[in-house]
Design a protein around this ligand. Structure first.
Ligand code: SF4
Length: 326
């Protein structure tokens, strides 16, 4: 085991100072501790933020929802406000990991979790994300689970979070606290595509702490849901997934929010699908036409060409489930 120091902080200010000194934040520990055991991560200092007062779920003044960064996944999934207003979030959380992990893992940790690429977790393999400049074993290796959207010649790993797909669809905002105070980052800008530096995964500055994720108000009624397609029905990551939220009024789709998971290097917003739906009347033909646009930019690898069709079918099926008009 690599030696490391452990500090428990009791205020967000202390956390930021410790983070600025290079400490790694840990709360539920469900990802970081695993990676430390496997020596994929070797932090010199752990900063335990688990008891900070970031555990509330509150409504915002404009009708949105603010989920504290340390809310447990299980608690967020069953929260009446979350389930009642944004079932897509509850469903994404309930389809994630195992009950034991959901009881420990936090919302902030969930969106910070690292890829499940097997080469990333195998310290003998070349991996630009783990060891910048070493190469990418997945590009010519077994890449069945990898990304068909957003990859680069440096990395094609998918982002593993389910709830992040729901946050992307709903155009959430990440609240941060750092040495220079508070700031807010649109979810679409928070998780970074690999580009030339796959080791840099979030738009975080040194010492910054996630304090909350805010979901903006959407027109109501808003029907929403999450569909996850995977190799087995529990404790498995998505091959493809779809988060869909629709506001239908007077028989016309006024607002459509759609994102996909399991296919992108980050949760993948689908604006072409959204545009195709807006202003139209729900129908089976419309769902099929819109879903065709889900994979327009896809670049499959040697072993994951099946994801192109699977993505379109996943989106179509979830549009049907949420939008009706079977
Ligand atoms: Fe590493 Fe990314 Fe390549 Fe996987 S896909 S081996 S995480 S560089």
């Amino acid at each position: 085991m690599h030696p490391f120091s452990y500090t428990k902080v009791s205020t967000t200010g202390e956390a930021v100072v410790a983070g600025q000194r290079g400490g790694r934040f840990v709360a539920g520990g469900t990802t970081l501790v695993d990676l430390m055991r496997e020596t994929v991560e070797r932090p010199g200092a752990l900063v335990d933020i688990g008891t900070l007062p970031l555990r509330d779920i509150t409504g915002t003044a404009n009708g949105g929802l603010r989920i504290g960064a340390l809310v447990r996944m299980a608690d967020a999934a069953t929260d009446r406000g979350v389930r009642g207003t944004y079932p897509v979030i509850s469903e994404a959380l309930e389809l994630s990991a195992s009950a034991q992990l959901r009881n420990m893992a936090t919302i902030g940790g969930n969106i910070m979790q690292r890829t499940r690429c097997t080469y990333f977790r195998d310290v003998t393999a070349n991996c630009n994300k783990r060891a910048p400049g070493s190469g990418c074993a997945a590009l010519r290796g077994f890449n069945r689970g990898h990304a068909i959207l957003g990859g680069s010649d440096q990395c094609v790993a998918t982002h593993p979070s389910d709830v992040a797909v729901a946050f992307a669809a709903l155009e959430a905002t990440v609240h941060l606290l750092g040495p220079d105070g508070e700031r807010r980052v649109p979810f679409a800008d928070f998780l970074l595509r690999p580009g030339a530096s796959p080791d840099r995964e979030q738009a975080l500055r040194r010492g910054e702490l996630i304090t909350a994720v805010e979901i903006p108000a959407h027109p109501r009624p808003l029907r929403s849901g999450y569909l996850k397609v995977r190799d087995r029905q529990s404790y498995e990551f998505a091959l493809t997934s779809a988060a869909v939220a629709l506001h239908v009024q007077g028989g016309v789709i006024r607002t459509a929010k759609v994102a996909a998971g399991g296919v992108g290097t980050v949760p993948w917003k689908l604006p072409a699908v959204e545009r195709h739906l807006q202003g139209k009347r729900p129908s089976p033909a419309l769902w099929a036409e819109a879903a065709q646009r889900a994979a327009e930019d896809a670049r499959p690898l040697e072993h994951n060409g099946f994801k192109v069709e699977l993505l379109k079918r996943t989106v179509e099926r979830q549009l049907r489930i949420v939008g009706g008009a079977q």
